[in-house]
Design a protein. Structure first.
Length: 198
């Protein structure tokens, strides 16, 4: 995990917007992953997205336009395409803040707390991806024995439609470089179809 300033690969205006979002270091930075090994193609049951995923991942479920994977090394990945009326019109700073609040609210409901590790926006495949990195752990304990490191990615491939990816692994440490590269390649290779909001 490389510490320091945020690493953007954005046009100047997008970079400025991300900086105004109160950016903290995020671990992907829109890095250029190198795809290695065998990858498989899969279309979601709802037909809304086609993904390419590492052979080392195991498909857990394919329901409508939601895919769940066991990514190995104690990690899971969920990709979901769903209606998201109005959110695409929000500034990047607000989208990132909404993501942080949603993570905190979900954790609080389960008696957990969230420590945000980083947030940023970056561009890949013609999409602006919003990234939030955070650690979830029991609110009543300062220990990290039951902690989980999470990465949320969110993009809007169509008006009023969102594409979200949730990565989660056991422990408070971020994924290793190979796992991170697989996740970023997975995100950047997703193809979406003409799904309409309802």
């Amino acid at each position: 995990m490389r510490k320091g300033r945020c690493r953007y690969r954005l046009p100047a205006l997008l970079c400025l917007a991300a900086l105004l979002a109160g950016c903290r270091p995020a671990i992907s930075g829109g890095a250029n992953p190198s795809q290695s090994g065998d990858w498989r193609l899969l279309t979601s049951a709802g037909g809304g997205m086609t993904v390419s995923y590492p052979q080392t991942w195991r498909l857990l479920s394919n329901n409508d336009d939601r895919l769940d994977f066991d990514a190995g090394k104690g990690a899971t990945v969920r990709a979901q395409l769903q209606p998201s009326p109005g959110q695409v019109q929000e500034p990047q700073a607000q989208v990132l803040e909404d993501m942080a609040q949603a993570a905190q609210q979900a954790a609080a409901t389960a008696g957990l707390s969230v420590q945000v590790q980083g947030r940023q926006a970056w561009v890949a495949g013609g999409l602006v991806w919003h990234e939030l990195d955070y650690v979830v752990k029991p609110a009543a304990s300062g220990g990290s024995g039951n902690a989980r490191f999470c990465i949320d990615l969110l993009a809007f491939p169509q008006p009023d439609v969102s594409l979200s990816i949730h990565y989660e692994r056991r422990g408070a440490s971020p994924p290793d470089d190979a796992s991170l590269q697989d996740l970023m390649q997975f995100a950047k290779a997703i193809q979406t179809g003409p799904k309409q909001s309802s």
